[in-house]
Design a protein around this ligand. Structure first.
Ligand code: KMH
Ligand code: ZN
Length: 275
C-alpha cells in the first residue's frame, strides 16, 4: 500500500468562528495552522480565503498572501479551492488557479448543498479543467455523487483530464451521497483506472470514513472545513488535533504517513518552488 496522504482542509467557506473558535481565518492564522498540521502529518493543505470579517472570498491577492505565509513556515502541497462558496461566479472561483499552486479542487457536477445549490455547470467546469492544465495545476476531483465519477471517466476519454486523476470522495453533505461505508465501497469500485483517492467525511463521518480509507489504501482529508468536533459534544482544539489522530491510527495500522515530497511522488506532482 502507498503511504497515507493526509489533507488538512483548514478553513472552508461556511464554518464560522462562533461555531469553532479555533478556525483559522487570517493569512497568518491559516499559515500557523498549516505548519501545525504538517508537523502532525499532513502533506496537503486545502485552502479557502476569508476577508477580515470572516466572509469567504476567492480574491487572488488574499490567496497570494496565504500561500506566501505558508511557504515562509513550511513545505506542504498547496491546494486552492475553486469551489469557493455557493453563489460565487465561476470567474471569481477560478481566480486563485492563476497563482499556479500545485493543486486545485475541481467539482465534477452540481449538487444540493444543505439549503443551497452548489452549481457546477459542465461548460464552466471544462474551462476550470483547461485553465488548471494551462497553469500546470493538478486537479483534485470533488465527487459528491456517483454520476460525477462517470463524468470524470468521460472527460478522461475526451482528453480533458489526465488519466491519473486524484479524486476526493466527499460523503455526507446534506443533499448529496450519504456518509456510509456502502457509499464509499460503491464509489471506490467505480474509480477510473489508475486513480488515487481520498475521502472527506462530513461531520461525525470524518473519523470512521477516514479509518476505512486507511485500511482500503485510500487517503484521508480532515479539518474544520468538514468537521469541527473531536468527538460527540467536544469541539476539536485545532485542525492539527484532527490530523494527528488520523496519523496515529494509520501508524497503528502499520501504514506510514507520507511527507509532502512522498505525496508529490504518489500524485505525480513535479515539485514547484516558484512561490
Ligand atoms: N464551499 C463549498 C460550496 C471546494 O473547495 O472545492 C464548495 C467547496 C468545494 O468547498
Ligand atoms: Zn473546500
Amino acid at each position: 500500500m502507498e503511504k497515507l496522504i493526509i489533507t488538512a482542509a483548514l478553513t472552508g467557506a461556511e464554518v464560522t468562528r462562533e461555531q469553532q473558535p479555533a478556525l483559522p481565518v487570517m493569512p497568518d492564522e491559516i499559515a500557523a495552522a498549516a505548519e501545525a498540521c504538517v508537523r502532525a502529518g499532513a502533506s496537503i493543505v486545502h485552502l479557502h480565503a476569508r476577508r477580515p470579517d470572516g466572509t469567504p472570498t476567492q480574491d487572488k491577492a488574499v490567496y497570494r498572501e496565504i500561500i506566501a505565509a505558508i511557504r515562509a513556515r513550511c513545505d506542504v502541497i498547496i491546494q486552492v479551492s475553486t469551489g469557493g462558496a455557493v453563489g460565487m461566479t465561476p470567474a471569481e472561483r477560478l481566480a486563485p488557479v492563476t497563482l499556479a499552486p500545485e493543486m486545485a479542487t475541481l467539482s465534477m457536477g452540481s449538487v444540493n448543498f444543505g439549503s443551497d445549490v452548489f452549481l457546477n455547470h459542465p461548460a464552466d467546469m471544462t474551462v476550470f479543467a483547461r485553465t488548471m492544465r494551462e497553469h500546470g495545476v493538478k486537479p483534485e476531483l470533488e465527487i459528491f455523487d456517483s454520476g460525477m465519477l462517470t463524468t470524470a471517466e468521460r472527460w478522461i476519454k475526451q482528453g480533458l483530464l489526465d488519466p491519473a486523476v486524484h479524486v476526493d470522495l466527499v460523503l455526507g453533505v446534506p443533499g448529496a451521497m450519504a456518509a456510509t461505508p456502502e457509499s464509499l465501497m460503491f464509489l471506490r469500485a467505480q474509480l477510473p483506472a489508475g486513480a488515487t483517492w481520498t475521502v472527506a467525511g462530513i461531520g461525525p463521518a470524518q473519523l470512521p470514513l477516514g479509518a476505512m480509507a486507511i485500511l482500503l489504501g485510500g487517503h484521508v482529508r480532515v479539518g474544520f472545513e468538514d468537521n469541527i468536533f473531536f468527538r460527540k459534544g467536544e469541539l476539536a482544539v485545532s485542525n492539527a488535533q484532527l490530523v494527528a489522530r488520523i496519523a496515529r491510527i494509520s501508524h497503528e495500522m502499520e501504514r506510514p504517513v507520507a511527507t509532502p515530497d512522498e505525496a508529490r511522488a504518489i500524485l505525480g506532482l513535479a515539485r514547484r518552488l516558484n512561490h
